[in-house]
Design a protein. Sequence first.
Length: 738
Amino acid sequence: MPTLSEISPPIADPSATVHSPAKELTVLGACPQDCPDSCAMVVTVADGVATSVSGSKSMPYTNGGLCVKVDNYLDKVYSPDRLLYPMKRSGPKGSNQFERISWDEAIATIAEKFTSISEEFGSEAIMPCNYLGTQGITQGLNVGDAFFNRLGATVAERTYCDAGSCTAYAMTVGDTAGVDPESFVHSKFILVWASNVMSTNLHLWPYIAEAKKRGAKVVVIDPVKTRTAKAASQYIPIRPGTDGALALAMIHVIIAEGLTDDAYIADHTVGYDELVERVAGYTPEWASEETGIPVDDICTLAREYAQSQPSVIRIGVAIERSAGGGQAVRAISCLPALVGAWRKPGGGLLQLPLWAFPVNWPAFLQTELQTPGTRVINLFRLGEALTGGLELDTPLKGLMVYNSNPVVVCPDQDRMIEGLSREDLFTVVSDHFLTDTASYADIVLPATTQLEQDDINFSWGHLFVTYNNRSIEPRGEAIPNSELFRRLAAAMGFTEAAFLRTDEELLADAYDWDAPAMEGITLESLREKGWQRLNLPSPEEYAPHAEGNFRTPSGKTEFVSSAAAGGNFVLPLFRQGSNDHQPGQPVDPLPHYIAPRETSRANPELADKFPLNLLSPKSHAYINSSFANIAMHQKVQREPSLLINPIDAAARGIESGAQVRVFNDRGEFIVIAKTDKSVMPGVTVCSMGYWRKNSISLSTPASLNPTVFADLGNAPTFSDTLVEVALVEQVGVNTENG
């Protein structure tokens, strides 16, 4: 690892150093991907060309390694398929026929079309579609908010990930960072719930493994025996969407058997008596019928969790993806306070540490530019909105997609394609590649990769701020998102100060630098060091709620939530440019069970037609749909496949290697079947992320997912998906049997 004096410092004109042939330069960067690990990177540059990308050995959490998704990042940067110049469509939509144009023509065309649409139909006829293709503060989720607020465009509600979980978590313990992941080494009992850590949170695993080495028990709860489950002390299979039943039964056992920390409950919680009454009927016997977990296993889990202190729970994104996902998180969030797990480092709950970062969100949201009452459309319903499935006073006539590939990551794929194919829809896509979505664009714009831009990160998986120094000049005519929206704002005649900020000023606006958590951290120190830990106690000392101090209205864990009176609101974090919590009907203030919508119990008629539950988890080698077009990643991930239990496969005459049709009333896709005992009977698994254009049937699991929201936060219900699987034909491929 080079010393700080050997690190290339950030400068206004990187060409003055990165192009020098005198010696190799080492530039400190930060992984931009939508991942909890937010790794610190080291980029080696020779004569203006990046020659290697590796994980920082000095940053404790990254610890010198990158995951399989980013380890060969140069394949993306220097891919021959990179979009390097603006292009306009020269053939039918979806034909991938484009011709190169200048940036001046591209910007002028977009400005002219947006202006004419606004004049003819109103500004709400235009809508942005974006998410976390890059997670940086200045180039990521909120980079276009000011522009679209000023334009008066339809507000895009972005609840792809953790919206329901965050809502439920905040209702119970407030917006707290929770457990420091580095302190997991001090845990005596680790419960990994709905998270395949080794595939989607790789750098947490060494801390879990160290705790296990020291004697901690590691239990994984998941419908699939994942890589993580196979490495755990115990794996508990659970029916999809029934996590809330298990959590409520655990509470029942802990209370009934006197395993509570009564002093902690008395001092640091509200609503305990009501919770006792609520869980009286949620017995282990009842929960066993719902979850498929034996009664004895439920009781043992509750006892060991309560009696092995400090105990910690790590919940994953998947836990919210069913009808009752929010209430499941509500129940799980109650557990640590019941047993006093918060008292010591390594005890409590890890959801999203991002709450600890004093990001200056208002500087990017620019809500003051937004017209009150502007229409809101959730991105999950974009397919419906584009095809008339939603009743809209003003039809959508303009769409701008950046940091996202909605054809793959949104549900309702067939209608999405139908809508994007409309000749009267003007679509702009900014990306690194000609994605499934970009194929339907009228204008395609080249975006910079992380090596070609400066940015600063927070993390939703640890407590380090990371900084990305630009290491090479942009390839071709690619530009950062920040520059794209400066150019568009200028072309539209927007003169507000928000549109005149340079990248340097945006970086300076990224944080509240005077916040206590940022003491000792400056923009300059981050550039020099690449990363710094928030000003918080060390992992050996960090127990933020040993004495309560929860960030709720009461300052306590709220078994009875005071926020429930606000209804099923959406946190501002998930709605572009709006601070409106969208109050609705009050929700039950106590945690309760909501069963999945698509099950034999809830909908026996539907289950007769489609008896198998389809899960579409994150893949091992892709980040959502990013990297799914890179050969090395495709080799690691292998061909799109459907994991199916041998019992279910045999009943359908399916063997590994067969082509199968996976279908329901919403759509279908064709993949290769792989029989695998790691999947529960009644459950099938097809990882999301692979591109539609690379699939057998020009369709992916997104064609089958529902657009119905979960109980809290307008979260998705990807796991509430019933399907049937039928044999198509046998094909000669090599597969692995489970």
